[in-house]
Ligand binder design. Sequence first.
Ligand code: HEM
Ligand SMILES: *[C@@H]1O[C@H](CO)[C@@H](O)[C@H](O)[C@H]1NC(C)=O
Ligand SMILES: *[C@@H]1O[C@H](CO)[C@@H](O)[C@H](O)[C@H]1NC(C)=O
Ligand SMILES: *[C@@H]1O[C@H](CO)[C@@H](O)[C@H](O)[C@H]1NC(C)=O
Ligand SMILES: *[C@@H]1O[C@H](CO)[C@@H](O)[C@H](O)[C@H]1NC(C)=O
Ligand SMILES: *[C@@H]1O[C@H](CO)[C@@H](O)[C@H](O)[C@H]1NC(C)=O
Ligand SMILES: *[C@@H]1O[C@H](CO)[C@@H](O)[C@H](O)[C@H]1NC(C)=O
Ligand SMILES: *[C@@H]1O[C@H](CO)[C@@H](O)[C@H](O)[C@H]1NC(C)=O
Ligand SMILES: *[C@@H]1O[C@H](CO)[C@@H](O)[C@H](O)[C@H]1NC(C)=O
Length: 319
Amino acid sequence: MRFNAVLLAVAAAGTAVAQRPANQSICDYYTTALLKQNNATNQYTLLTLLVNTAVIGNYTQPNVGIMVPGILNPNGTYNNTKVNLVPYFDGGLASTNDGGNMGVAKNFLDGGGAAPLMKNMPADDTTSNQYKLLTHLYEFFGSLLGCSGVGMTGFPAYAGDASMYEVHKFMALDPFQMGFFIEQVALSAASFGVAQSDIEAAGQALGSLFNYRCAPKTTVIKAQGPQYQSVCTNDSCPLADNATCAAQPSMPQPLVANATLADGEGRIPSGSATMSGSASGTASSASSASSASATVNAAPHTVPGLAGVFVALVAFLAL
Ligand code: HEM
Ligand SMILES: *[C@@H]1O[C@H](CO)[C@@H](O)[C@H](O)[C@H]1NC(C)=O
Ligand SMILES: *[C@@H]1O[C@H](CO)[C@@H](O)[C@H](O)[C@H]1NC(C)=O
Ligand SMILES: *[C@@H]1O[C@H](CO)[C@@H](O)[C@H](O)[C@H]1NC(C)=O
Ligand SMILES: *[C@@H]1O[C@H](CO)[C@@H](O)[C@H](O)[C@H]1NC(C)=O
Ligand SMILES: *[C@@H]1O[C@H](CO)[C@@H](O)[C@H](O)[C@H]1NC(C)=O
Ligand SMILES: *[C@@H]1O[C@H](CO)[C@@H](O)[C@H](O)[C@H]1NC(C)=O
Ligand SMILES: *[C@@H]1O[C@H](CO)[C@@H](O)[C@H](O)[C@H]1NC(C)=O
Ligand SMILES: *[C@@H]1O[C@H](CO)[C@@H](O)[C@H](O)[C@H]1NC(C)=O
């Protein structure tokens, strides 16, 4: 819990922190501010904290009064619609892309589940699916935030699947599931004191990159070049400008692989082969989808908006 101690120390110090210089990345700037030494190890710690909190909910002390339910909370809601993403992570649904033409069930909580995350670790063991997923998330978001240590000892470069469409296509995610997921990332940042305006900017950046179906190829990780990145692929997702739907077809809802594990709030009860992750949200999601397609901008320059997540972090802590 070294990080928590540092966070507390920064909060208690009360020293004024200067505005982030335009020539320094968000990741580097806040690593310096919170962990003093700006090196790859500390940058990785920063990303670990942000991602772990988004995944399992707020667990660090002190907290600023922001409750983060967490992506793995089975009782999630988004816009008053129940959302339960757990079955996509615990093997309840055949929703993982393993290279074939159908989704397969895979348990991503096989490295100890939440317990290691609460210790600022990705998993108990490095051979688990959980370890791979969590470390890939640190790496992916670390690149988005411009961590200068990416690729150095202490901060491996993201080398997971380059196309977020390919990774997520068999999940057939809808706008409520996306909204809930992105909201957890935003709340995680907020739980460390990030200003509302920066949270909104971050949410919009994630939304414009991943929340439209059929979006043309876009570069997210520079070394991986332009890729299909649509994560929201359900028909009720807003359609991107210059849509490339033939290359990114929407897949059927994933099949139930384990009825016990697939059960949950906001889902059709076990036994159905066509469960949706947010069954109760269908009608409103369909009606809200059509209006949002005109303002898509999936270009890479939207990424710095995500970086805005951290803009007010140190300023807040310094108050
Ligand atoms: C802003 C939206 C999202 C982004 C940027 C994102 C990003 C990622 C990344 C980088 C990976 C790792 C891929 C790899 O290891 O090759 C991943 C995997 C995964 N994501 Fe997402 N994700 C998003 C939304 C969601 C949502 C809404 C769900 C809901 C269930 C989800 C479920 C998963 C699962 C289950 C995996 C593991 C898949 C596998 O390894 O095959 N993601 N995501
Ligand atoms: C950023 O700009 C300042 C002056 O504005 C300069 O002193 C510093 O070296 C620059 N840093 C980098 C990493 O370019
Ligand atoms: C980064 O700095 C920390 C001290 O803040 C140190 O423990 C760690 O070994 C350093 N990592 C690298 C890669 O130099
Ligand atoms: C999460 O944050 C809420 C709101 O500040 C707080 O009541 C709760 O105790 C926190 N949970 C943990 C595990 O720290
Ligand atoms: C979710 O709701 C159920 C039923 O109300 C409750 O038993 C469970 O503890 C809740 N889980 C979480 C993580 O809030
Ligand atoms: C959720 O509510 C916000 C604010 O009203 C709205 O902008 C957004 O489109 C809604 N999202 C979904 C999926 O309904
Ligand atoms: C869509 O394509 C047109 C013509 O190639 C281009 O001018 C425009 O910028 C594109 N829009 C987006 C959002 O990519
Ligand atoms: C479903 O998951 C439960 C809980 O992990 C397990 O006990 C059960 O054996 C699984 N059933 C099948 C058919 O795999
Ligand atoms: C879209 O999602 C709704 C509810 O989430 C579901 O009923 C519908 O079957 C989905 N459509 C497709 C093509 O997967």
